[in-house]
Design a protein around this ligand. Structure first.
Ligand code: NAP
Length: 275
């Protein structure tokens, strides 16, 4: 069987600049590396773990393209404005935004603190708004450069299967991802006339730090796999390859769509034997 990486093309994003939020680890790191494989220069955003962000930059540079670490809290308006201004100053523009940064603060509603609710909404939903607003402003300022891409800009939202699957014990997270879905679609409608393409990816269970307890322990993994028809946990590169395609001109007629990259998790696996 061919692996995803062996199927990959090269240089589909040559001369383009991508800003990936939360790119120091997990899915964001996977997307940053996949975009670099296609020739993009990458802004690696993070909030706390500078050493890991710098390691991602080193990996990208070893591929022959350029990268830059920009620390910023995506839920802070002032941070996001400075981050975009720095990206444009260093790399000339931003062509692609990946709204990936996200957190979980899990608790049943009767025990959830206001801070736990607010932190998840602030990072997962408001952060995506603040970054998208700066990206749209930059795409409109720069306009179309046809030799680079037939779109003036691309925005990709990393949502979750929980934009549609309810998740007991995680109401703040599911609410943030449901909100993200409607934000993505409404924005897609709004900016189409500017030749800005907007889409989403809804990952299922991907092996990262955010869900370590559900794959590190064999019993937990076995129970997780019951929810995944393809019977394997996803890897960050599974998301990276789809993000590259959505960012490239190959997907130019895809707009306002969410691609579920979940091994079939959203297919009501409980009904797989007839219900
Ligand atoms: P992860 O490994 O925990 O990575 C989270 C990233 O977000 C880190 O780079 C972190 O930076 C950054 N971050 C956190 N708060 C931030 C803030 N306020 N401003 C800027 N960056 C911030 O998680 P992941 O699994 O890769 O998750 C990435 C996205 O995928 C999230 O939106 C998550 O909801 C979504 N997702 C994940 C899964 C899954 O199974 N893993 C499934 C569905 C959806 P530092 O390293 O500097 O702290």
């Amino acid at each position: 069987m061919k692996s995803v990486s062996r199927l990959a093309c090269v240089d589909r994003l040559k001369n383009q600049v991508v800003l990936v939020t939360g790119a120091s680890s997990g899915i964001g790191r996977g997307i940053a590396l996949a975009m670099a494989d296609e020739g993009a220069r990458v802004v690696v955003n993070h909030i706390r773990d500078r050493a890991s962000a710098e390691e991602v930059v080193r990996e990208i540079r070893s591929k022959g393209t350029d990268a830059l670490v920009l620390e910023a809290d995506v839920s802070r308006e002032d941070h996001v404005e400075v981050m975009f201004a720095s990206a444009v100053r260093e790399f000339g523009t931003v062509d692609i935004l990946v709204n990936n940064a996200g957190i979980q603060r899990d608790a049943p509603v009767h025990e959830m603190t206001f801070q736990e609710w607010q932190a998840v909404i602030d990072v997962n939903l408001t952060g995506a708004f603040l970054c998208s607003r700066e990206a749209v402003r930059e795409f409109r300022r720069r306009g179309l450069i046809p030799e680079r891409s037939i779109a003036a800009g691309k925005i990709i939202f990393i949502s979750s299967v929980h934009q549609v699957i309810p998740w007991s014990g995680h109401c703040n997270y599911a609410a943030s991802k449901g909100g993200l879905m409607q934000f993505m679609k409404s924005l897609a409608q709004e900016v189409a006339r500017d030749r800005i393409r907007v889409n989403g990816i809804a990952p299922g269970a991907i092996r990262t730090d955010i869900n370590r307890e559900s794959w590190e322990d064999p019993a937990a993994l076995e129970s997780l796999l019951k929810l995944i028809p393809l019977n394997r946990i996803g890897e960050p590169r599974d998301i990276g390859s789809v993000a590259v395609w959505l960012a490239s001109d190959e997907s130019d007629y895809v707009h306002g769509a969410t691609i579920f990259v979940d091994g079939g998790m959203a297919l009501y696996p409980g009904f797989s034997s007839g219900g």
